[in-house]
Write a protein that binds this ligand. Sequence first.
Ligand SMILES: Cc1cc2nc3c(=O)[nH]c(=O)nc-3n(C[C@H](O)[C@H](O)[C@H](O)COP(=O)(O)OP(=O)(O)OC[C@H]3O[C@@H](n4cnc5c(N)ncnc54)[C@H](O)[C@@H]3O)c2cc1C
Length: 335
Amino acid sequence: VAPHARAASVWLDGIHRPLPSPNVLGIPLDPNSVEKGLLPTEDIERLAGAGLPDSPLADGDLSVGQVVRSCAGDAVFERLVDVLLGGVNAGRADDLSCEVMAPQLLAAARSPEGLLAALRSLHAQADPSAPVFNAHPSGMGHLVDTLVGRLGNRLRLHSPVTGLERNDAGWLVGTTGGVELADAVVLAVPAFVAADLLGPIQAEAAEHLAQVPYASVSLAAFAFQRNDLDVPGDQSGFLVPRDAGLFMTACSYAGSKWAHLGTGDRVLLRVSAGRNDDFRHAGMDDDTLQRALAGDLAVTLGVEAPPDAVRVSRWPRSLPQFAPGHADRMAAIDD
Ligand SMILES: Cc1cc2nc3c(=O)[nH]c(=O)nc-3n(C[C@H](O)[C@H](O)[C@H](O)COP(=O)(O)OP(=O)(O)OC[C@H]3O[C@@H](n4cnc5c(N)ncnc54)[C@H](O)[C@@H]3O)c2cc1C
């Protein structure tokens, strides 16, 4: 299914400010769509231009911040792009690889026409109704469950790999459930797990992998009575910049974003906490976490009534922070 509501806002200056539309990763493509107060006048005027860099961009990978600050200005980066891209990755877009996280921006910024002009022409050719992502109506876990069912007893569950060893017959894969012999091994695990497994076999590759930092996040799904809280049906939610003084980082209006979750009498929200440099959530038990998030919902959505139900989920070390040069470091491992 494709998202029903696509518009979103940013919690800036203590109010919900709509994300300009159209935008590419937060970069407004039409200066007239920028609501008053969102950006300084000179930055809005700059958006009407080509988006040529302040000075020639260096070769190779750059951070998203270097590219956007240079071509569209600091305010566009800090109040929009970092909130969006840094937000979904629970990191800082000043420290994220543009080549990996936003290759379309790097290519556009390097084009002779300039970042903004190139993005505008790409947008003009794109289908405006095409969704940027899709989901499964039964939840993404349905894909995993189906795959598990199809693989049957070829799959070993609940037996993490603890070590790898190569001998003449192939690979000896040590697991908590015993040793398996394999012709080949594909490591589809987090980088820090791959680093541990590869350490004894390929120390240099392991060292590169161990350097990929990960952010941890915690999420809470809230169900409120519609009498206690209503959210706009045409909005998918809002993002919260790191300097907003709140604990939460984002809120999805799940029932507005996804038509199949829009139950009649309840409003469903998915609220996030945690960034690469904000670990407060990790030290909180579920009750404390949900109280802290409910406090932020009172500030941002004005809901004072208690929720009907809350479900907390933890995602420790789940979001890799790909620093500039990441693709080169991974290519070096392949070599
Ligand atoms: C809260 C949250 C929301 C997200 N939302 C989106 C979204 O809306 N859209 C989107 O595109 N992406 C989203 N992502 C990112 C997305 O989940 C990841 O990009 C994706 O899951 C990465 O897939 P992967 O297979 O590389 O790694 P993973 O999904 O992390 O899979 C790695 C697997 O390795 C297993 N493993 C670990 N150690 C071992 C071991 N020793 N032996 C055997 N197995 C092991 C783990 O159990 C896990 O199943 C989100 C991530 C988070 C945390």
